[in-house]
Ligand binder design. Sequence first.
Ligand code: MF3
Ligand code: CO
Length: 250
Amino acid sequence: MAVSIKSAREIELMRESCRLLAQVHEELGKAIRPGMSTLEIDTLGEKMIRELGCVPNFKDYHGYPASVCVSVNNEVVHGIPSKHRILKEGDIVSLDAGLIYQGYHSDAARTHAVGKISPEAEKLIEVTKQSFFEGIKMAKAGNHLFDISNAIDAYVSQFGYGIVRDLCGHGIGTSLHEDPQIPNFAQRRRGMKLRPGMTLAIEPMINAGTWEVEWLEDDWTVVSADGSLSAHYENTVLITEGEPEILTLV
Ligand code: MF3
Ligand code: CO
């Protein structure tokens, strides 16, 4: 599949889809507290998305049963919300959510602290977030796709963390997942040339230990193979001639 270049009108719709998603993430982040179940987060997220007149794009995606992926501690991504999974002080929780506004998809993820967390966990969350910003320094027309991947890897590797390789960022637009795939680890080739009007979901997933992951019995939840903590940070980004526009930040 070719990488889609969005028209001016499509860019407006992407901006709005992403602006609304940014609001949802802001509210979800404020709601996190010890004692809350992961299902409560999903319920709140789905309600907000629908009240904004939008549709949660994860729900029923290849059978995924919820609107918000809620992944705790050693869970990397795609944790399934449950009323039995209660957040406790010191946990870290990754929330990945997306929505569809007038046919246009947005996708973003954040890792939050539950109450007071260890300095190690704080650092993992901070480095994961910063790795996204290092990556998008390269996200401009004329550069190549894997310049982004290489920048993320170069930054993260200094800390000795494991960069998840089994899952990647992706193009996004009228579908949640479009070409191209965007690895978060260094590549030998340069990848395609970036062009204005591309919209990309860039999403480093970083483990405190090994990069290797496993899938739980539920066939969704991805966990670090060594049980180490994992963090995730994702935004939908628009490529322009100059600096990229981060569409899912308020
Ligand atoms: N946000 C995820 C991604 O970036 C999509 C989750 S798919 C779901 O690829 F099925 F788990 F919802
Ligand atoms: Co994504």
